[in-house]
Design a protein around this ligand. Sequence first.
Ligand code: SF4
Length: 402
Amino acid sequence: MVLYYHEFLKNKEIINHELEQPVIIYNPFYTASPAGRARVQALTTPVALGKICFLSGLSRLILVLGAVLYYYSEQIYLPEKDIINVLSTRNNPRKRYRDLKSYFFDLFGCRVYKIQIDAGFTCPNRDGSISLGGCIYCDGRYSRLRQAGPLPSVGEQIAAGRELYRRIRGAKKFIAYFQTASNTYGSFDHLKDLYDEALCQEDVVGMAVGTRPDCVSGDVIDLLQNYVNEGKHIWIEYGLQSAHDLTLRAINRGHDAASFIETVERTEGRGIKICAHIILGLPAESRDDMIKTARFLAELPIDGIKIHLLLALDGTEAGRLYKEGSLPMMTKEDYVSTVADILEVLPPRVVIQRLTADGYSDIFLAPEWGRNKLQVLNAIDAEMERRNTVQGAAFNNHIPDP
Ligand code: SF4
């Protein structure tokens, strides 16, 4: 499959940047001009490459280079604006942790792709119900799609994502991912309409709903359970960020750790998969605090986790604190090592859905190394390899303080 860099840029809103869905780009000699792109495209088709065989020595060299690039085109992961890092998974399909891609493959017998949806939700921590400021790291801009104009319907968003993944990956099954803002923040009927619309789309096998733990009614949990009973694969993603109430107050989260526990307990045992979000590098948190958050989650009936890196984004409170010098950012080495500690603490059953963070490049302030997700993921793999460890190696064990 071929996806040129300019196509990626055009479609990046619906391409899922998550760990389990690396973007595959064939970009031997990206050129912004349509004529240049057409020439590259024409040169790198197998037929054209075959014809070059009968030409000069230089052309033969081009042929060999083209063939190598063509072969590796299925293996190029492209973080936004970074076309130099290449990661091959062909020889190392299994991670040292339970990654989402493998989890879905085991469950469905094929790759399953999450299609991000912005259904127009807001957040009680931004609209004044809890606070107006929001969490200190939240830019409040929601998705690029929303910024671009009126939102397409849920069905239209899924259709666009589905067609893209079918075209670039031959994808067959999809999860509708209600990602933007608090996706249970609305009336029951409104939520049911949106979820029903998502789940009835062609080849959609399930749904993931991201929200706050203090924003889910019993009726909505019952509704999600009904979908499970109908055979759908359903995840709910609760933002915890930290298990420490002091930190939750410092980041203006608007709920405490007890609220998270209570909601997880209301959700468990219904067949709904529970994913927790945490952030590393929050203000005044030590490495030990972060590992304690992982241990806190390890004791709860969660099925998945997303680990984010705290980013300083312009226009956010975190960005302001960073600029005035009062919010230190984690170093890459510290982050990688802490993630490895956390993976060791988490039970092997927990699906690792994300290991770093995204931020809009136009407001990105720090840490600079956080821009390159691929390097971070590779460094985590390398650290796990160096330690010769796996997820769950220290589950229920005491990890000595660093
Ligand atoms: S809960 Fe999410 S959407 Fe709401 S303020 Fe915090 S980060 Fe922003």
